[in-house]
Design a protein around this ligand. Structure first.
Ligand SMILES: CC(C)(COP(=O)(O)OP(=O)(O)OC[C@H]1O[C@@H](n2cnc3c(N)ncnc32)[C@H](O)[C@@H]1OP(=O)(O)O)[C@@H](O)C(=O)NCCC(=O)NCCS
Length: 183
């Protein structure tokens, strides 16, 4: 299947599709303990049927243009995901989210994946602003937006509730003008 985007020689992004369900579930299942502190849906992903439901809903959102869910593959293996979790067409902005398998951290893979994905968004969508929201104690994720030229706009207090615990979140943004001047 042709990739949605090619990141490099080994990594490709693929739009959500039914055939990926088993591989996506495997990646989540193998990384359960590491993903769950930051991603509220992990505990609800108990079986491949849950992932099939998620993929079906994602395909629906992708076709309606209300979200854009893609999975990161290294060869045939699913090793992460990046997507637009919310589009605000009225304000020409969107929010993106991502995760990567634990054993591939620390190599810049998600930074290069985000860079490609954001580049695609600005090139193909009528967007003025991309946002990333990160729990302030999620140190690895918090390091990512500044690497991509995002600016920090402040802290939203107790804006995220995961497993009955509130987290402060930091709001980062990249404007189309920032993206253009960095090219
Ligand atoms: C957030 C997450 C994707 C970050 O993964 P990551 O591997 O740290 O991020 P990157 O792939 O961009 O890699 C950056 C690391 O690679 C290193 N690196 C090596 N080569 C690099 C390159 N060419 N470019 C950028 N970084 C590079 C960086 O120094 C950094 O390592 P360090 O933190 O040890 O200094 C990952 O920790 C994750 O999935 N966490 C769980 C889910 C989650 O929190 N999602 C986000 C919710 S907001």
């Amino acid at each position: 299947m042709r990739p949605f985007l090619r990141i490099d020689e080994h990594l490709t992004l693929h739009l959500a599709r039914h055939e990926l369900a088993e591989a996506v579930f495997r990646a989540v299942d193998e990384n359960r303990e590491y993903l769950r502190p930051w991603l509220p849906w992990v505990d609800d992903t108990k079986s491949v049927d849950d992932t099939k439901t998620y993929i079906r809903e994602s395909m629906q959102h992708n076709s309606e243009g209300t979200r854009l869910t893609t999975f990161l593959l290294r060869g045939e293996e699913v090793v992460g995901s990046i997507g637009v979790v919310h589009f605000s067409k009225d304000h020409r902005k969107c929010e993106i989210g991502y995760w990567l398998s634990e054993n591939l951290q620390g190599q810049g893979m998600m930074t290069s994946t985000c860079a490609c994905f954001i580049d695609h968004l600005f090139r193909t969508k009528d967007l003025n602003r991309v946002e990333i929201l990160v729990a302030t104690n999620n140190n690895r994720s918090r390091a990512l937006p500044p690497r991509l030229g995002f600016q920090s706009e402040g802290i939203l207090r107790q804006a995220l509730l995961i497993y009955q615990k509130y987290h402060d979140i930091e709001l980062f943004s990249l404007l189309r003008s920032d993206w253009q001047s960095a090219k």
